[in-house]
Design a protein around this ligand. Sequence first.
Ligand SMILES: Nc1ncnc2c1ncn2[C@@H]1O[C@H](COP(=O)(O)OP(=O)(O)OP(=O)(O)O)[C@@H](O)[C@H]1O
Length: 230
Amino acid sequence: MLELRDITVTLDDFSLRAELTVPAAAHMAVIGASGSGKSTLLSLIGGFLAPDNGRILWDGQDITAIPPGQRPVSFLFQDQNLFPHLSVAQNVGLGLRPDLRLSRDQQAQVTHALAEVGLSGMERRSPASLSGGQQSRVALARILLRARPLLLLDEPFAALGPALKSEMLQLVARIAGETRATVLMVTHDPRDARSFAPRTILIEDGIAHAPVPTGPLLDDPPPGLRTYLG
Ligand SMILES: Nc1ncnc2c1ncn2[C@@H]1O[C@H](COP(=O)(O)OP(=O)(O)OP(=O)(O)O)[C@@H](O)[C@H]1O
């Protein structure tokens, strides 16, 4: 369970407040107009930004002061953060050991993770030789190996076409379901929120609101969100 208790953060003339709980293994969308603070919320949870006030708890433990690499968190951004000079297998192996000195057992885990995301046999390819969808799968395989219980997705598949995007979301949902990971996914697309997330965190007017059921929120959005969604 993730808890944000009395969180406030101010960045120049922008400020965000959050007081909310995300249950274990939940798949949650994060929705709000451009500039409302969606990335800011994920940065707080990931530890890339420190709050001015308040506490962040994971399973009851205060993680507010813990550095990003030691948090129970994996991140997936739109830019998949693949290293162009490393092979597919090496990019995935980074999830296990940043120095890439993998044991035989760890190499087998890399092979298994690639198979899980449908990329068997692509170990030696370079990221540049893969399609956008395949690159997304490599990034997902790395996250699989990191095996952190909280997965933060910031518009990870926005550059993919609709069919591929929906396929990737299904893959994330399956993997997260199998590992009982908690997922927070920033999205601009109401269809993605509806298909992926039973509940949604709405960010509006400087407040990250407690999660509400996604369908009713999108059927009857508050004025700011309605304008944004068009
Ligand atoms: N380092 C910073 N310094 C000052 N202001 C910042 C900083 N980072 C973000 N902001 C401001 O905070 C607000 C929220 O930004 P954020 O990136 O969280 O929004 P968002 O909802 O993710 O937007 P988008 O959907 O456009 O990506 C914006 O007004 C932005 O300009």
